[in-house]
Design a protein around this ligand. Structure first.
Ligand SMILES: [Zn+2]
Ligand SMILES: [Zn+2]
Ligand SMILES: [Zn+2]
Ligand SMILES: [Zn+2]
Ligand SMILES: [Zn+2]
Ligand SMILES: [Zn+2]
Length: 549
C-alpha cells in the first residue's frame, strides 16, 4: 500500500511531481499544482503541534477533516521486531528473520557474518547492525535450542536499532531523544529490572562492550552506557506503536509525530503502515472539526476502566482522564458493572459501580440500595471470572458450554460486562456455524437469541467506539452475523422477506464501510473476503426469494 496518489490531482494523467509538504498528492506539472493549491490547502497536513503542561506535546486539527482522509504521512524513526513479547514468545524456537522479520527456525539458516537467524540464505539485513551483532560469540551448537533461543533475543534488536541511529541518522537520533522516557518513574520497578536482565545487560555484555576492540569501532556507536540503553527502553515502552503487517507479523515502530498523538479510550484517528517504505499514514477515523485533538488508543478498549488504567500506568506511566474513564458507567455501556451484590435472593435490581473509577481502591456502590463493597472484593471476583472465561475460550467450546458459563456469570455481572461481551461475541459466531447448529437447523428461538445477542454487542461497541475505529474487526464480525440472521429469517417468513433482506443489505454495506479501515490486517482481509462472498450470496438469495413470491 502506498499512500501517495499516482495521478495528477487536476488532469488525472500519470504524474511524478509530489506535493513536498504532505507527500500525498501528485501533479503533472507546476502549473497544475499552483492551480490546485486553493483546494488542496485545507487537506495538506491539516494539523499542528501544540504543547501544554498537562498533555505535553499533542496534535490539533487546523481544518475540518473528512472521515478516512489522510492527515499526514510520516517516515519512521525506527521500525524493528515486536517489542513486547509474551513468555511463550521469549522461549520459542521460532524467531523473526533479522532481515525481513518472517518467522524462521532459530537453528536453520544463519547470516554468514553475524550468525543471527535468517529466513533463507541470502536474506540480508542492515550492515552496521550486522557488524555489531558479529562481535558476539554465537553458540556453536546446532542442537541446543535453549541456548540458541537465549542468545538470539530479537526484542533487544529494537534497542540496538535505536542506538545505531547515532551514526546512521543523527537527525532521527536527536528526535528520538526528545521523546518521553519516564526514566525516573521506571527506576526500581519490575519493568526496569526486566529490561536490565533481558536487554541492557545482554546487549552490553554480548556485543557493545566489545566495540572498543573492534577494527570497525570508528563506524560504531561510541555512547552505549547502561543508562542510555535504559533511557531507550523507556522511550520505546512509552511511545512504541504496534504495527501489524498484512502477513500477520507484528512489528514495533517509533514515529516522531504519530507518537505525539494523545491517548484517549475513544479514538478519532487510526493509522496504516506501508511495509515497502515503512511509512505510516494517520487517517481521520471520523469527521474531525478544526481544533479537535488527534487521538489514538494505546490500550484495549474492550477492557473495563480498572484494567485499562492498570495497563496504561504499567506500560505508559500515565493515568487516562478521558470522559469514559471518569464515568462510572463508561459512556453508559456498563462494561465494568456488577449486579447488586447485596442479597442472594436478588430482590435489588441495581448495579454495583465504582464511586471513583480513577481510584484503584475505590468503593463500589449499588445505584439503587445502600450496598457498598470494597475494591479488593470486586478484584477478587473479577480475577476468578477472568480465569474461567479464558480457560473456556481457550478450549474451543461449543455454544452450550458458552451458554452455561454465561448463565453462571450473569448472576454477578451486568449483561454488558466485558466478560459477558467476550462470551457473547463467541456465541454469535457459534450459532449458525457450529456442526449441528447450522443456520437452517437453528430453532426460531435460537435464531432469535442470535439476533438479540448481535444487537446487544453492536450497541456496546457503538457506545465505546461510535465510529468503529478501534473495534472495526469486532463490529464487522457482528454485522456479518446480523446479516446471516436476517437472511435466515427472510427464508422462513416469506411475507416479511423483502423488508428483512433490505435490512440485511444495509448491514452488509455498513460492514463494508467499517472493514475498509482494517484492510491492511490479516483479520481485516479475511473478513473482507468473507464479505465479498456474502454480497454475492445475498444478491442470489434476494433474486431467488423474489422469484418464488
Ligand atoms: Zn495535470
Ligand atoms: Zn500537500
Ligand atoms: Zn528474511
Ligand atoms: Zn548479519
Ligand atoms: Zn480513558
Ligand atoms: Zn442494590
Amino acid at each position: 500500500m502506498t499512500f501517495t496518489k499516482t495521478n495528477c490531482a487536476v488532469c488525472h494523467v500519470a504524474a511524478r511531481l509530489t506535493c513536498t509538504r504532505c507527500k500525498v498528492v501528485r501533479y503533472c506539472n507546476g502549473e497544475h499544482q499552483k492551480q490546485d493549491w486553493p483546494q488542496h490547502k485545507s487537506c495538506c497536513r491539516p494539523f499542528r503541534e501544540q504543547q501544554d503542561a498537562q498533555l505535553g506535546r499533542y496534535l490539533v486539527a487546523t481544518h475540518n477533516v473528512m472521515a478516512k482522509q489522510i492527515i499526514f504521512v510520516e517516515d519512521p524513526l525506527v521500525v524493528g521486531p515486536k517489542w513486547f513479547l509474551t513468555d511463550e514468545e521469549k522461549s520459542s524456537s521460532i524467531v523473526p528473520c533479522v532481515g525481513c522479520y518472517t518467522p524462521c527456525r532459530v537453528d536453520k539458516h544463519h547470516c554468514r557474518n553475524c550468525r543471527w537467524p535468517v529466513c533463507s540464505i541470502g536474506c540480508e539485513h542492515e550492515k552496521l547492525e550486522c557488524s555489531v551483532l558479529s562481535l558476539g560469540s554465537a553458540p556453536r551448537t546446532k542442537t541446543d535450542v535453549r541456548a540458541l533461543v537465549d542468545y538470539y533475543r530479537h526484542d533487544a534488536l529494537l534497542v540496538l536499532k535505536c542506538l545505531l541511529l547515532q551514526q546512521q541518522h543523527p537527525d532521527r537520533w536527536r528526535a528520538l531523544l526528545e521523546m518521553q522516557s519516564h526514566e525516573e518513574e521506571r527506576l526500581g520497578t519490575e519493568l526496569h529490572q526486566e529490561a536490565e536482565q533481558r536487554i541492557v545487560g545482554y546487549l552490553q555484555q554480548r556485543f557493545l562492550q566489545r566495540i572498543k576492540q573492534s577494527k570497525q569501532r570508528d563506524s560504531m556507536p561510541s555512547d552505549y552506557e547502561p543508562q542510555l540503553l535504559h533511557r531507550l527502553c523507556g522511550i520505546i515502552e512509552t511511545n512504541y506503536m504496534v504495527i501489524e503487517l498484512s502477513t500477520g507479523i507484528e512489528l514495533s515502530g517509533l514515529f516522531r509525530q504519530a507518537c505525539m498523538m494523545e491517548h484517549a479510550c475513544q479514538p478519532n484517528c487510526y493509522f496504516q503502515f506501508d511495509a515497502a517504505t515503512q511509512r505510516i499514514a494517520v487517517r481521520a477515523g471520523c469527521g474531525l472539526k478544526k481544533g479537535d485533538h488527534l487521538k489514538i488508543t494505546y490500550t484495549n478498549i474492550l477492557w473495563g476502566t480498572q484494567m485499562r488504567q492498570h495497563h496504561l500506568l504499567m506500560t505508559k506511566h500515565f493515568s487516562c482522564r478521558c470522559a469514559r474513564c471518569e464515568d462510572p458507567t463508561e459512556n453508559g455501556s456498563y462494561v465494568s458493572a456488577m449486579r447488586c451484590l447485596g442479597d442472594v435472593s436478588k430482590s435489588c435490581v441495581g448495579v454495583q459501580l465504582p464511586v471513583d473509577p480513577l481510584d484503584e481502591k475505590t468503593q463500589w456502590k449499588c445505584d439503587t440500595c445502600p450496598m457498598v463493597v470494597d475494591a479488593a472484593y470486586v478484584t477478587e471476583v473479577q480475577t476468578h471470572m477472568t480465569e474461567q472465561v479464558e480457560s473456556l475460550l481457550a478450549g474451543r467450546p461449543t455454544a452450550s458450554h458458552v451458554e452455561l458459563l454465561l448463565a453462571r456469570l450473569s448472576q454477578l455481572l451486568h449483561t454488558n460486562h466485558f466478560h459477558m461481551f467476550n462470551l457473547k461475541h463467541t456465541l454469535v459466531q457459534l450459532y449458525g456455524h457450529e456442526a449441528g447448529l447450522e443456520l437452517a437447523t437453528l430453532s426460531d428461538l435460537q435464531l432469535g437469541r442470535k439476533q438479540r445477542l448481535c444487537n446487544e454487542l453492536y450497541n456496546v461497541c457503538h457506545l465505546l467506539d461510535p465510529h468503529s475505529i478501534k473495534l472495526a474487526i469486532y463490529v464487522s464480525t457482528i454485522l456479518i452475523e446480523m446479516t446471516h440472521t436476517l437472511e435466515e429469517r427472510a427464508r422462513r417468513q416469506h411475507t416479511e422477506a423483502a423488508a428483512l433482506l433490505e435490512q440485511a443489505e444495509l448491514r452488509l454495506k455498513e460492514a463494508q464501510d467499517v472493514v475498509e479501515k482494517v484492510l491492511d490486517s490479516v483479520a481485516g482481509k479475511k473478513l473482507n473476503d468473507k464479505l465479498q462472498q456474502h454480497f454475492a450470496e445475498h444478491y442470489k438469495l434476494t433474486a431467488t426469494l423474489k422469484f418464488n413470491k
